[in-house]
Design a protein around this ligand. Structure first.
Ligand code: ATP
Length: 249
């Protein structure tokens, strides 16, 4: 199996406050990983380090076999943030403009987008079921539809791995279900590796094939087919609060 992310002995702190303490973690091609953990445990910090936005204090990270410092192929890695609640209804960009904006890093800043590039945009929108909304303003769509557009936006760079940071916060339950169907489809049929941060342990344990649990500055990884029940790992990290968090839809 191809390792697409390798983290060795990683530590990180903001100023002198240690957040991650000697973490080891690997992601294989085709994984569907959920990252869970209490508020403030360091999930977003870990993600920012993996995306090259923060530098580790100690340890090493390899992306697709390459040390992160010399890694250039960022198109292989997609990123979808929390629901872009900040779009107001008159935000002046259409769906196809939002998606095609992600073509510029590949084209170079001053190249024009041509017809064949727009075909990729429409293909991506078709894949996420949003092609008919191409000309609509992004701010006029529901939260669930916007998240689909943001998936399409990452797809135009043909990513092999997509990170999502609490992508369904503020999205109604039916749209959440179809959003998870889309992720499953990307993972199983397009073989895109999915790494999703979520507070919803019920969803993560159901959808992901590995769960990485952040707590006490450490990351504990649980495989779906392991003999150890996931509840024992979660209760180490969440303690007494766990029964409040563990629910299924
Ligand atoms: N830029 C920063 N400077 C200093 N401390 C920070 C900074 N960003 C985050 N922290 C602190 O680092 C810790 C980890 O934060 P982080 O956002 O990574 O946690 P998280 O697990 O993603 O939390 P949540 O689930 O609430 O989003 C928290 O104690 C937070 O207050």
């Amino acid at each position: 199996m191809d390792k697409i992310l390798e983290i060795n002995n990683l530590s990180f702190g903001y100023d002198d406050k240690l957040i991650l303490d000697n973490i080891n973690f690997e992601i294989n091609s085709g994984d569907y990983i959920g990252i869970v953990g209490p508020n403030g445990s360091g999930k977003s910090t870990l993600l920012k380090i993996i995306l090259g936005l923060l530098k580790p204090t100690k340890g090493s990270i390899k992306l697709f076999g390459q040390p992160i410092d010399s890694f250039k192929d960022w198109g292989k890695i997609g990123y979808v943030a929390q629901k872009a609640a900040s779009f107001n209804t008159s935000f002046p960009a259409t769906v196809e403009e939002v998606v095609s904006a992600n073509l510029y890093p590949q084209l170079g800043l001053f190249k024009r987008i041509k017809k064949q590039h727009m075909e990729r945009v429409y293909e991506a929108l078709e894949l996420v079921g949003m092609k008919e909304y191409s000309k609509r303003l992004i701010g006029n769509l529901s939260g669930g539809q916007q998240q689909r557009v943001f998936i399409a936006r990452t797809l135009v760079s043909s990513p092999q791995m997509i990170f999502l940071d609490e992508p369904t916060v503020g999205i109604d339950i039916h749209s959440q279900d179809s959003f998870y169907e889309l992720l499953k489809d990307l993972n199983e049929n397009m073989h895109i590796t999915i790494v999703m941060i979520s507070h919803d342990i019920g969803v993560i344990t159901e959808k992901a094939n590995r769960v990485a649990c952040m707590g006490e500055k450490k990351l504990i990884v649980h495989d779906k087919d392991s003999d150890i029940p996931i509840s024992s790992i979660l209760s180490q990290v969440y303690g007494e609060k766990m029964h409040l968090l563990h629910h299924h839809h």
